[in-house]
Write a new protein. Sequence first.
Length: 283
Amino acid sequence: MNRLKCLCLIFLFKVLGGQVALSQSPMAYTVMGKILVEGDSPSGTIVLIRNSEQERIAIDKEGTFSTHLKWNHIYYFYFQKTGFVTKIIEFNTTLPNETQKTKIEPYNLLVKLFKTFDDVDTVFFKNPVAKIQFDSALNDFDYDIDYSMKVKYKLNEMSRLSKEQTVKSIPNRSLNVNSNKKSEIGKTIKPSVNASVKKPVADNHSTNQFQLPPLKESYAQGKTVEVFEYEWKTVTRIIIQEHDLRRVFSKVKHNWGPTFYFKDNSPLSYISIPKQVFEWETK
């Protein structure tokens, strides 16, 4: 299956001079990725925990990292940075007995950290934001869709509550005026009215992951295809606009080999999806 979850392979490919191993060792499973930080440089710490064992994973200046997981264990990745919400990802490497380990390609984690919500309880983030496990139907690792959708809903609720708290904290400086009262410069002061309604701005939280231009504020209904040519890759971004609902997909074709497919709907930021799912959702 031509499925690799790794935009970040391009960075490793450059660093290693093109010597990227796409097959797995029978002894361990490769997980690599990139950490992104909202409004800040890609920095922070990654702690990997298995049972009572802990190890710190190195991050380079681009925010990329790589590690190896033993088979048939449950790991927890802790992505941390002071002033930002910690994200925990559960990764279960348990495999069915008949699985050929060398046929499974590396997994990529694209994780974005955002600042803590003001006046909102973030105890929820003591639980994993995503759970990844082996999917026998795909013969590959994949995230738990139902669990991730619940997390996404919770994130949206916390963001909404944070905005409401911000609005409440603004002093109410109401003016007791009427249309007949004159101001000091002799003009009539009229009660204020909503003169205009701002258009909703597209959520561009993940646009920099593929070095793409920001999404537009609005798109025509239906399907829009955007193609971006880079030195090392070609990225095709597909926007599906259905009334107020927008879905964004990306196909990343590297000049040195594989093509990867992503969908922007996960608490991890972009998630990797199989080619069949990409084609079905964007047809």
